[in-house]
Design a protein around this ligand. Structure first.
Ligand code: GDP
Ligand code: MG
Length: 460
């Protein structure tokens, strides 16, 4: 295409799927692709993400489509597969990823978290492709590292190809049962209506060139508009981390716009919006061959672990150091206060629980993730069950404590509900026993009669 006059940013890619399907290994393999073949590649480790520049991608895509033209400067792949912030992304917030890779184990087919991921992707309206992984496990598979998948399949004995077909058809059938149309990517003639399947091996790298090719083809062909470089800031907090010597920092993915040292920023906090000033913009210490675009003035931080930047633009994973970030919430948007902006208005946008009415009497709600809390509150709203106001402060304290522990890394938490003492219940009042948020949807436990005690704490 002739869109050479518009500048495109790098698409941002997320990897999702059931545990042990090979998400981490696949990412590793993609990262090693060029290294293993003895090229510099210029692949750079960023904060929470890996950047693959066009030159590193070209080598691989050539194996699949010789006349394929790269229009984006590279691809940014989010490192933490199935990152919790992806689940927690705000309902009204922008989606973190332009495209997702859903990994399915060819031997296991659809598994519970595959289904959850599918539901989540549907809800976020996030386009995706499927990596049908572990093809090398097929009996008597004959492997040759990093070859394109069609070449790899052609190389196999008939019996191997038959087994592939059987297992592939099985997975397609399971996906069809979920209302999903899909096809092998090279047999897919409508990327808009059918999901493309790329068979891969994270062990041998077979199909990895195809995976990169498809990421580029789909993002360039179907979302060029979305990838046009925008002035307006689009920045998502993916992690809140305590770093020795820096205090609490936030890791962000900057999709669009520019962040500068000294910028005043607004982001969502558990106790309300946080207004602070960027003290430092950090990226990991670069490797020798690092090729960083659009960076002004670089200087090495005292700890030699990070490089600080005066400013950074588009498609980058960045660590932000700033005072007062202790309460920041992952999965939310970060805003910069411009000269014409009204801080109060920006703060309003960053108030997490604004959308929900609270009453002086009602049920008391606790949850261990923001996503669960939002889902639970919207459920209670739909059921016209009043939510008690006061105790939100207590919830916040508890959550703040739990954020300091490892437990926040678990994707699905039970939601505990307590009935407020003062609330008067009638005979037929519904009570929620226990519920979980699964794939962004609330699953509610068995309804229960209200006990005389009036105070009920039910958990798992
Ligand atoms: P994750 O939980 O989805 O991140 O899965 P991992 O990447 O940790 O992989 C789970 C296990 O499957 C590990 O023992 C991997 O070595 C293995 N594995 C992953 N991908 C492949 C593959 O393509 N072929 C084979 N044979 N093993 C794989
Ligand atoms: Mg993993």
């Amino acid at each position: 295409s002739s869109s050479s006059d518009v500048e495109l940013r790098s698409p941002v890619i997320c990897i999702m799927g059931h545990v042990d399907t090979g998400k981490t290994k696949l990412l590793d393999k993609i990262r090693k692709t060029n290294v293993q073949e003895g090229e510099a590649g210029g692949i750079t480790q960023q904060i929470g993400a890996t950047f693959f520049p066009d030159i590193a991608l070209q080598e691989q895509t050539k194996k699949v489509g010789t006349d394929f033209e790269l229009e984006v400067p590279g691809v940014l792949i989010i490192d933490t597969p199935g990152h919790e912030s992806f689940n927690n992304l705000r309902m009204r917030g922008s989606s973190l990823a332009d495209l997702a890779i859903l990994v399915i184990d060819i031997m296991h087919g659809l598994e519970p978290q595959t289904v959850e991921s599918l539901e989540l992707l549907k809800k976020r309206k996030c386009p995706f492709i499927i990596a049908l992984n572990k093809i090398d496990i097929l009996y008597e598979w004959n492997s040759k590292p990093y070859t394109s998948i069609q070449e790899a399949l052609e190389r196999q004995e008939q019996s191997v190809r038959d087994e592939f077909q059987t297992r592939f058809q099985n997975v397609v059938l399971q996906l069809n049962e979920r209302g999903l149309n899909c096809n092998l990517y090279w047999e897919n003639d409508d990327f808009r209506t059918a999901v493309s399947i790329v068979p891969t091996s994270a062990l041998t790298g077979e199909g990895v060139p195809d995976l990169l090719y498809m990421i580029l083809k789909l993002t360039q062909d179907l979302m060029a508009d979305k990838l046009e470089v925008q002035e307006e800031l689009e920045c998502t907090v993916i992690e809140v981390k305590n770093i020795e010597g820096l205090g609490t920092t936030v890791d962000v993915v900057l999709l669009n716009g520019t962040l500068r040292e000294g910028d005043q920023i607004v982001l969502a906090g558990l106790g309300g919006p946080i207004v602070t000033t960027i003290r430092a913009l950090l990226t990991p210490q670069p490797m020798k061959e690092m090729r960083v675009k659009r960076l002004c003035l670089m200087c090495v931080s005292p700890k030699n672990e990070y490089v600080t930047h005066k400013q950074i633009s588009t498609s980058m994973g960045i660590k932000i150091s700033a005072p007062g970030l202790e309460d920041a919430v992952a999965g939310t948007e970060l805003l910069v206060v411009g000269p014409d902006d009204d801080i109060e208005e920006l703060k309003e946008d960053e108030s997490i629980l604004n959308d929900f009415e609270k009453e002086p009497a009602g049920v008391y709600v606790k949850a261990s993730t923001l996503g669960s809390l939002e889902a639970l509150l919207s459920f209670l709203q739909d059921m016209k069950i009043p939510v008690f106001d006061d105790k939100f402060t207590k919830y916040m304290e508890k959550f703040r404590e739990s954020q300091k522990t490892e437990t926040r890394k678990v994707a699905v938490f039970p939601v505990v509900l307590q009935i407020d003492k003062q609330h008067i219940f009638r005979k037929q009042d519904p009570i929620i026993l226990g519920c979980q948020v699964v794939g962004g949807q609330l699953r509610v436990g068995t309804p229960l009669c209200i006990p005389d005690k009036g105070n009920l704490a039910i958990g798992h």
